[in-house]
Ligand binder design. Sequence first.
Ligand SMILES: [Zn+2]
Length: 443
Amino acid sequence: MLIIGNGRLVTRDAGQPFFENGAVAIDGTTIKKVGTLEEIKKEFPEAEFVDAKGGVIMPAFINTHEHIYSAMARGLSIKGYDPHGFLDILDGLWWTIDRHLTNEQTRQSARVTFIDSIKNGVTTVFDHHASFGQIKDSLFAIEDAAKEFGVRACLCYEVSDRDGMDKSREAVLENARWIKHALADDTDMFAGMMGMHAQFTISDETMELAAANKPDEVGYHIHVAEGIEDLHDCLHKYGKRIVDRLYDCNILGSKTLLGHCIYVNPHEMELIKATDTMVVHNPESNMGNACGCPPTMEIVHRGILTGLGTDGYTQDVLESYKVANVLHKHHLCDANAAWGEVPQMLFEGNAKIANRYFKKQLGVLKEGAAADVIVTDYVPRTPMDASNINSHILFGMTGRSVVTTVCNGKVLMKDRELIGIDEEKVLYEVREEAKKLERSING
Ligand SMILES: [Zn+2]
């Protein structure tokens, strides 16, 4: 038994959302009870105690769109790279990196991504992977890193014809092997999806191959209308809009996650809603790639299940919260926009999306839920209660406010010290592989 207590407790459970001085009792991999520190300590006197030291205890964060393969892009210089649009960014930077990635570089990218996730309080990651340099076993290399550090992961390989049909076939088969492996895993720590890059790099033939190799229990994870070029391609080649093509290819459904959805119209939103398909918004990435602002507020208002991701930009989901908050206010010229929608995406949407793949309840602290808990060192300067939690988080915390991270009942970081992880050694090994990657890219 483990108790995390002596702090303000935010449960995300509507029945009892906030305790001024609360505690969480953990039994194995699940939460046994939440309550006041006094009652929890009295009921479980023998339990090991993790002191929150007056900080805030919350459910661990979930990131519903991430790219581990981008980890080694930081500081990377690519000869001749001079992008003049979104397609140049894709081909000149991201596809250039993934064309050179070996499985060892994928594994090291995953290690450093997961360490950063733990430090930012993220214990569940939905990754969208590409490594056309070495496709086979790449998802299993990511699994190795997730197991090494104890985080929860839903993985997929982004199928694409961009490097030829042999490679897209290999990518479909990598997804199929991983999905089979994840479905057989009984730890509730791994899941799989059929990853697709974006419709503009996927032929009907490859769509059919993916469908033939996808078990019914899982859906697709695909970028949708991230750039206007994707929409133009679809109209030009198929005479229809992107979501219509995905609908016709039987891609939509309650297990399918659409990234971005910037250039979607009301009719497409209706299709997404009618098929109970999920959407993930990545505000910082959309701004950084100069792709445009998606109609995310309308998507949320229509009742579409929407989450918040980082798209490889950062592992700090609170950074995404801050950026989304100002992006939609700015874009809509509406100072009232996004106050409720963005925390709903981060705290409710991401949890609901995760629970379409993981059995134990995530994103909430209550009896029977997964023991994924964080502590931040935030001490409020103004009164904090159930009515203003999100305002305190938005304006008072960043990912680095997290001091303690627990995943599946295991303490991964305590008082900012990673448990059982030699961070300096990992970073050295990652830098060595990053050097090799840079050499292989630049010749
Ligand atoms: Zn992405």
